[in-house]
Design a protein around this ligand. Sequence first.
Ligand SMILES: Nc1ncnc2c1ncn2[C@@H]1O[C@H](COP(=O)(O)OP(=O)(O)OP(=O)(O)O)[C@@H](O)[C@H]1O
Ligand SMILES: Nc1nc2c(ncn2[C@@H]2O[C@H](COP(=O)(O)O)[C@@H](O)[C@H]2O)c(=O)[nH]1
Length: 219
Amino acid sequence: MTTGGHGTDGVERRGLMFVLSSPSGAGKTTLSRMLLEREPGLKMSVSATTRQKRPGEVEGRDYFFVSKPRFETMVEQGELLEWATVFDNLYGTPRAPVEAALSAGQDVLFDIDWQGTQQLHQKASVDVVRVFILPPSAGDLEKRLHSRAQDSDEVIRNRMSRASHEMSHWAEYDYIVINHNVDDAFAEVQSILKAERLKRERRTGLVGFVRGLQGQLQG
Ligand SMILES: Nc1ncnc2c1ncn2[C@@H]1O[C@H](COP(=O)(O)OP(=O)(O)OP(=O)(O)O)[C@@H](O)[C@H]1O
Ligand SMILES: Nc1nc2c(ncn2[C@@H]2O[C@H](COP(=O)(O)O)[C@@H](O)[C@H]2O)c(=O)[nH]1
């Protein structure tokens, strides 16, 4: 699925798919925004969803808000790379922008749940990096859902009641970050991205680069 781009050191490598999952309210959106601001070469995958727009959310930036029939057509026509029902709404990743970004040598950031992560991993395991964000405590998680002030008490109760099930998938992820403090959690997530970008098996240009170095040493 992926084709080459260049790393900051000029050596060609395959793009990667960087996935953040967590129980609702643990901080994925916050950490994603920080990553996008500070990490050039990273593009957000904007999902399609049938859920209602929250105050302040922008069409095409936060989500593509679509009707259920439109979502079903997207599924039938193979327009989604993965999709799932989450909290009684449908969510899915449009395929074309992800493929275009990877082809242009960018890395792609996903804020998706464990079901979508499993589907992506089945399709492109070596290029998928899975990070699970945990809250420091249940009390903090509830406080964060309230402090966001965008969901009704009923929606928050529903999300809290499902948090334990969401968290039961933590062991399917490559990295676990506990979001006590947002700056520390961000530093950890950013370190994971930087290290994964340097992984030997993604760096398709290394063989040629090392041969060139050896040529210089011998010549
Ligand atoms: N370390 C932190 N300490 C305190 N508040 C935080 C921290 N990280 C995030 N928050 C706040 O918690 C709330 C929920 O965060 P955010 O929207 O990023 O969660 P999320 O995981 O994306 O949730 P969802 O899955 O519902 O989209 C926001 O108001 C955010 O500012
Ligand atoms: N499998 C997918 N899950 C997704 C996608 N987009 C978002 N999500 C997850 O849904 C919940 C709820 O999000 P919210 O914005 O309503 O709070 C959260 O866990 C997201 O990660 C997707 O395309 N596929």
